[in-house]
Design a protein around this ligand. Structure first.
Ligand code: NAP
Length: 265
C-alpha cells in the first residue's frame, strides 16, 4: 500500500510516527513538501517516508491519500488536484463532510473521515472513524483505541468532547497553582498533580462495566473529601455547565454556532 499525505502538519506528523512505529509499518509514505521542516524531519527519521516534489506528485504515486490540511484551505488546495477512481481517501479535516469531500476528490468514491489525536504518536488515545472501514481499521490497528461509527453526524458529537482537553489541563493547572499559593514548592506541586491524574487516567481501564459514574462512586468514601467535593460540584451545577459547553461545541461542529457564541444559563 502506498500512502500519500497532503498537508504535513502537526496531526500528519503524529499519524506518521504512530504508523511507522507499529510492528508492521506501511511499506511507503509519501509526504507533500509543505511544511518542509516537518517533512524533512520525518523523512530523516523513517526509511519508508519520502517527500514528493509537489501535491500532485503525492497523488500520482499513491493509492491511499490522507488529507491533512486545515479546512480553511481545503478548497484552494484540493480543487487544483487530479484524483483517480482507483484511489481511497482518508480525511482528517474537521467539519468537512463526506459529501463535500467527494466533490473535492472526484472521481474517487471511497472516502472515510477520521479524527486522530496527537497521542496517536504514542499509540494512545481514541481514533474516531466514519464510516467503518476494514482497510483503515487494519492499518490503524495498535495505534490507539479505534472507534468506528456508522453515522457521520456522530463523529461531530464525539468531537465535541475533544474540546475539553485544554480545560482538563486547566483543572490540573488550577490544582497546582492552589498548592503553590498554599506554600507548596512549584516542582513538588507539579509532580504531585501529574502523578495523581496520570494514575486516574489509567484507572477506568481496570473497570469492566464501562460506567464512569460507578468509578466516581468507588472513589468517594462516604462522608470523605471526594464525596464532599462531588456533592458541592453537583450542587453548584458544575457538571450541568460541562454538558452545556459540550452542547455549544456540538452546535459549532454542526455549523450552527461560532466561536463568538457563549453558553447561556
Ligand atoms: N491537530 C490535531 O490534533 C487534529 C486532530 C484531528 C484532526 N485535525 C485536522 O487535521 C488538519 C490539519 O491540522 P493540523 O493541526 O495538523 O494543522 P497544521 O499543523 O497547520 O497542518 C496543516 C499543514 O498543511 C500545510 N499546508 C498549507 N497549505 C498547503 C498546501 N497548499 N499544500 C500542502 N500543504 C499545505 C501547512 O503548511 P505550513 O506549515 O507551511 O503552513 C501545514 O503543515 C485540520 O483539518 C484539522 O481539522 C487536527
Amino acid at each position: 500500500m502506498n500512502i500519500g499525505i497532503i498537508g504535513t502538519g502537526a496531526i500528519a506528523e503524529a499519524v506518521v510516527i504512530g504508523l511507522c512505529t507499529k510492528e508492521d509499518p506501511p511499506e511507503r509514505i509519501l509526504l507533500s513538501p509543505r511544511n518542509e521542516q516537518r517533512a524533512t524531519r520525518l523523512a530523516n527519521k523513517f526509511a519508508n517516508v519520502s517527500i514528493a516534489a509537489d501535491n500532485q506528485a503525492v497523488l500520482d504515486e499513491s493509492n491511499l491519500i490522507f488529507l491533512a490540511v486545515r479546512p480553511q484551505v481545503a478548497d484552494e488546495v484540493l480543487t487544483k488536484l487530479r484524483f483517480r477512481d482507483d484511489q481511497r481517501v482518508l480525511s482528517f479535516m474537521a467539519g468537512v463532510s463526506i459529501d463535500r469531500l467527494k466533490e473535492f476528490v472526484y472521481p474517487t468514491q471511497e472516502v472515510v473521515r477520521m479524527n486522530p489525536l496527537p497521542a496517536i504518536a504514542r499509540h494512545e488515545g481514541p481514533i474516531l472513524m466514519s464510516p467503518p472501514s476494514q482497510e483503515m481499521a487494519e492499518l490503524f490497528q495498535d495505534t490507539g483505541s479505534l472507534i468506528q461509527v456508522e453515522e457521520e453526524a456522530q463523529l461531530e458529537t464525539f468531537c465535541a468532547v475533544t474540546g475539553l482537553m485544554a480545560p482538563y489541563f486547566g483543572l490540573l493547572d488550577q490544582c497546582t497553582r492552589w498548592l503553590v499559593s498554599n506554600g507548596i514548592d512549584d516542582s513538588a506541586a507539579f509532580d504531585f498533580v501529574r502523578a495523581l491524574y496520570e494514575s486516574l487516567g489509567r484507572t477506568p481501564q481496570d473497570s469492566n462495566d464501562k460506567d464512569f459514574g460507578k468509578v466516581a462512586t468507588e472513589h468517594a468514601t462516604p462522608e470523605g473529601f471526594n464525596e464532599h467535593a462531588l456533592r458541592e460540584l453537583n450542587r453548584i451545577g458544575w457538571y450541568n455547565d460541562i454538558s452545556d459547553i459540550l452542547s455549544l461545541l456540538n452546535r459549532r461542529l454542526e455549523g450552527k454556532a461560532s466561536f463568538e457564541d457563549r453558553v447561556t444559563n
